[in-house]
Design a protein around this ligand. Structure first.
Ligand code: ADP
Ligand code: ZN
Length: 191
């Protein structure tokens, strides 16, 4: 079946990625897109990784306190098990905390005709690409890069500066542990 034929049937899925530093508005943007779909009475399912229980167990939550109900999953493959065949739009927050399988899972869902929207950090606290976001960016149809405001100088900020002395790549925290900084004010850890 050609792509064009699938599109005429209204069955073309795709992947949207919203990425940037912490505090750049990724979750706000994800929630905005999902709310609009809900208002239009589309069937929406929202997932987030189980390890991120910062504010709310079963909601995706922005730093500005916007929230939407979500389902917790331990692995990317679990999303496939939980997706209802009738679901039209799938939102995934904190994409960087998923395993590499997330790429194949998003591809499969888009191939099935679903609109998949993934938000996540594009860089870790050292400024290195944060898997699996780079791979998702490569295969996605639409990319939005969000920027925060550098808390030191006010320039557009695309780096996440870690304030505490910890070298774990995954360390869940908010403004108690991180701040948004531009490339000039960002100081990567020395170790
Ligand atoms: P992300 O998901 O990218 O971490 P959120 O969508 O959760 O971002 O939060 C964005 C909100 O964070 C902004 O609307 C603002 O209220 C708040 N915020 C806190 N610090 C900053 C900053 N340095 N620059 C911009 N917004 C900030
Ligand atoms: Zn700066």
């Amino acid at each position: 079946m050609t792509e064009q034929f699938q599109y005429q049937r209204g069955n073309l899925g795709w992947i949207e990625v919203v990425c940037g530093s912490m505090f750049s508005g990724k979750s706000e943007e994800l929630i905005r897109r999902l709310r609009r779909a809900q208002i239009a009475r589309q069937r929406v399912q929202i997932f987030k990784p189980r390890l991120d229980n910062r504010y709310s167990e079963d909601h995706i939550v922005s730093h500005s306190d916007m929230k939407l109900k979500s389902q917790l999953v331990a692995t990317a493959n679990e999303i496939l098990e939980l997706v209802d065949g009738r679901t039209q739009v799938i939102g995934i927050d904190e994409g960087q905390f998923f395993d590499m399988q997330l790429v194949a899972v998003c591809n499969k869902l888009a191939d099935m005709g679903k609109r998949v929207i993934v938000a996540g950090l594009d860089q870790d606290y050292r400024g290195r690409p944060f898997d699996p976001m780079p791979q998702l960016l490569a295969i996605s149809e639409y990319i939005t890069k969000t920027l925060a405001i550098c808390v030191i100088c006010g320039a557009p900020a695309n780096r996440t500066h870690r304030l505490v002395d910890n070298t774990d790549r995954m360390l869940v925290g908010a403004s108690d542990m991180y701040e948004a900084r531009c490339r000039l004010c960002f100081e990567p850890p020395q170790d």
